[in-house]
Design a protein around this ligand. Sequence first.
Ligand SMILES: [Zn+2]
Length: 342
Amino acid sequence: VKVMLGVDIGGTKVAVGAVTREGEIRGKVMTAWTDISGPEGFVRSVVEVLREAEADLDGDILGIGLGCAGTVDWDRGAIIESPNLPIAQEPLRGLVVQALGLPTVLDNDANVAAFAEARVGAARGARHVIMLTLGTGVGGGIVLDGRIFRGASGSAGELGHTIVMGGQDPCMCGRRGCLEAYASGTALERYARQITDGGPPGPSGVALETAEGSLGRNDSEEADYGRALRELREQGRLDGEAVGLLALEGDSAAREAVAEVSRWLGMGLANFANIFNPEVLVVGGGLSTLGELLLAPARDLMRQMAIKPNGELARVEVAMLGNQAGVVGAGLLAWQELGPGV
Ligand SMILES: [Zn+2]
């Protein structure tokens, strides 16, 4: 069977799978820790796992697709800037070609995840798909007419850094007011913290008239409100994941923190519905495990805020491929870019 190696290079781990032309993973997905002590060690650790995969995985390997965290220079096959990998300006694609002798493509990890969802996941069959990956940060991918849209140099699709509150809360990119600062796991943690401080969740320094008493709590509920969040905070375990789990269990304060993420997600989705007029907006990443608790209010708000017919047309779906999206998408991208020639 002919396959491409799909490679998902994250902040701490590399995952490699053999991906068929149809987007199926043959056999197992191999994973290894990445050496992030410096560029040389990093490239060596990636090449090592690729060599192992070449030896161990089933199938006739035709090429390699790399999906990598960071902004990508598509023509040079290099990472320009990565928040958590020591590979700025490294011509990673060329180094992999040199080491493995196989044709290789390199793209952003959120781009290839969007491509996977568009081809064989939650948006299968759609031509125009936007995907947001809500984790610690917010990744974005744009698939137009069945192809990843990369812009002039390859770094389009940074939807998480769409500015929604200019000059306000700091984003991990070092700028302020990005969507990521309001609709990520990091934001969810901050909202929960605001609630334990007795305030409404939201942008810092902005009073929200809607927040106070929005759940219509009575006095006895009032005493319990936020208790579980305060306990988490005292134990030093207050993070986005823990808040999400509490919300799923029905805790009203945790749900209010999630609702604030939903609100910003809905605004983001409305912008993307207006700009791209997609058939499907896919929401993936760790926060998407909250399912409709997160998505339903975001979908409603998107429909209210986007112009007609963009808001009504766009379906909002939870990502289907989970943590395999990177491997599948990188493999499918290799098939699209390299497939005709091999
Ligand atoms: Zn940002």
